[in-house]
Design a protein around this ligand. Sequence first.
Ligand code: SAM
Length: 344
Amino acid sequence: MELALYAPGLGYYAGGAAKFGAAGDFITAPEMTPLFGRTLARSAEAVLQATGGDILELGAGSGRLALDLLRELESQQALPAQYRILEVSPDLQARQRALIEVETPHLLDRVVWLERLPERFIGLILANEVLDAMPVHLVHWLGGEMFERGVIVKQGEFVWQDRPLSAGPLWQTAKAIDPGADYLSEINLAASAWINSLAQCLERGAILCLDYGFPRGEYYHPQRNTGTLRVHYRHHSLDDPFYLPGLCDLTAHVDFSALADAAAESRLELLGYTSQANFLLNAGLLDLMAEMTPTSSDYLRAASVVQKLLQPSEMGELFKAIAFGRGLNGSVPGFERGDRRGAL
Ligand SMILES: C[S@@+](CC[C@H](N)C(=O)[O-])C[C@H]1O[C@@H](n2cnc3c(N)ncnc32)[C@H](O)[C@@H]1O
């Protein structure tokens, strides 16, 4: 999965595929409407005010969210001194820079692209749909034993092969989950390591992640016995990860309980966990809609997208928002009503 997504020049994110939007393979919330970024700006503004810090966005995709956040914060006279981006894909880094350069050239000098995490950071760390793009391990629980499922080449084709799981972090995590019966699913050790490294650099502020997934009990539910690994190609969702490797997006849902556990181990405080719909409503999405002229075509377009973001059958319920903090004097707007921390 790591090679298919990130091998230099060949991986899906490392290569030049369109990826986002109508011409690409999938569409993310920031690509659907600027209202998403403008709503997140309300949470960002509160953290910036409380800390006097900067924003650090991880995996900024096309740069759309950065652009909408910068514009909204500028209109509220709340711009951070720096908007830092850490993006693993050189192709996307170039697209992000080009977008900011064209749309808001006067803000370009505030945007800084990093090669690695800073040693210390104060402010808001933000990641939208980044965790689902991290390579996962596939684990097969069978007849009381545990196997790691890997990929081999047989007669020129990729095929699966299981091998007994040996002692180590994956074994330990798989043992603790043990869903019983014949069960195949994913474990995302990279996500836990990632939150640990963010915790190490966060001196004061918050980490806000939005993504699709569930708490552990739902993730490893008996009925979800073939896991959540999916392929996105030209707006179709497929379940064969060997289909056009390097040309398709591969994703797995996020186990938010595992993320919360790793964050707690790194002494981060769990500030909030709720559905995307609750988060956006709490953070003021509808107030922004109310500022628009209700008869304009922009309003009608926005209303239909907002419905997608909020509806339980679309992105409102499957997508979640989770926030962690350290030394934050205040809260992160978005988690006031509909708190679900108890489900983790
Ligand atoms: C599904 S895209 C989401 C892009 C964007 N955040 C959005 O919402 O449109 C996943 C992004 O995460 C980046 N990415 C994946 N793993 C990362 C990591 N460990 N650190 C930083 N970026 C990462 C990918 O290159 C890509 O930009």
